[in-house]
Design a protein around this ligand. Structure first.
Ligand SMILES: Cc1ncc(C[n+]2csc(CCOP(=O)(O)OP(=O)(O)O)c2C)c(N)n1
Ligand code: SF4
Ligand SMILES: [Mg+2]
Length: 294
């Protein structure tokens, strides 16, 4: 079992980056560097992670980075994966893409690359909206959430993207949370040792878009898992295994109330009790779907 004290001290996200205080993408990038180190070649479609790098000739990312247009991220990483034996040296292609880039605009390229089983790691950093352009809804925005394009709350449910990726029959699919860094880092390291397409979906609560205090990013992320709204699992060869602590939340009575998770976020401020019940039913249906694959 990996321990915090065993993690490398090298920094791949440098001080002075331009993300908002409490940014989950910045936290995620720190963990990514700790997990995979200097061999990463990071492919970043337009997102808050493009902006936090700062302006040329400086960069807050001490790793090789290719910034690309939205729809091409998986294709670019696929190209890097295909030439890495030719160029020599250690190259670990990693796509680092937002929920908008992954579930909406870049989905065709992602699906194609997964179907070809390209040898790369794809991380979807899911802050549940198009944050960089001003908090517009994506297909990964949850039911009831306010965004600037769902001012009365989103009426549709969140797309089940990790399960959609599982149905691509790729060798590894996992979910993770910025509140559980050891779990995320372990899953990244496991992915590194598997050949083929690896998909990791990182839940990343954003204080700016979700309307909570920047000091509470990790607390909100942890509550998502503890209330069962976000489920941690990994799947190898198509079989799902719930990973801690989500394995204990299969028993609903052990979860924290969903309301505790929702009420800490301003984006759910106008949810009525009946909307919370709908939200709860949608969470239950996600659990039922995931359990079918265990
Ligand atoms: C083809 C195209 N359409 C729109 C944009 C404008 N744009 C840049 S970043 C962004 C939002 C990305 O959202 P997401 O992928 O969720 O990443 P986040 O900003 O939340 O990190 C948009 C719409 C663009 N750069 N290219
Ligand atoms: S809007 Fe959210 S994801 Fe984007 S830089 Fe700010 S805190 Fe990070
Ligand atoms: Mg986003």
């Amino acid at each position: 079992m990996l321990r915090i004290q065993d993690l490398p001290k090298d920094k791949y996200l440098l001080p002075g980056h331009t993300a908002c205080p409490g940014c989950p993408e910045a936290l995620g990038l720190r963990y990514l560097g700790m997990a995979l180190g200097k061999d990463i070649v990071l492919v970043v479609p337009a997102s808050c992670s493009s902006i936090l790098q700062g302006t040329m000739p400086g960069s807050s990312l001490a790793m090789r980075v290719v910034n690309v247009p939205f729809a091409s991220a998986a294709a670019v990483a696929s190209g890097i994966a295909n030439i890495k034996e030719l160029v020599g040296g250690n190259v670990v292609p990693v796509v680092w893409a937002g929920d908008g880039a992954t579930a909406d605009i870049g989905f065709a390229g992602l699906s194609g690359s997964a179907e070809r089983n390209d040898d790369l790691i794809y991380v979807c950093v899911d802050n549940e909206a198009y944050m960089n352009t001003g908090i517009q809804r994506s297909s990964l925005t949850p039911y009831g959430a306010w965004t600037t394009t769902t001012i009365k709350g989103k009426s549709e449910d969140k797309k089940e993207l990790p399960l959609i990726m599982l149905l691509h029959k790729i060798p590894y699919v996992a979910t993770a949370s910025i509140a559980f860094p050891i779990d995320f880092i372990s899953k990244l390291r496991k992915a590194l040792n598997i050949r083929g397409f690896k998909y990791i979906h990182l839940h990343a609560p954003c204080p700016t878009g979700w309307r909570f205090d920047p000091s509470k990013t990790v607390e909100v992320a942890r509550l998502a898992v503890e209330s069962g709204a976000w489920i941690l699992f990994e799947a190898e060869g198509g079989r799902v295994r719930l990973t801690p602590p989500s394995n204990t939340y299969l028993d609903k009575s052990r979860r924290k109330p969903l309301k505790e998770y929702l009420s800490i976020q301003g984006r759910f401020r106008s949810l009525r009790d009946e909307d919370v019940k709908v939200f709860e039913k949608l969470v239950d249906s996600t659990w039922e779907l995931i359990i079918k694959f265990t």
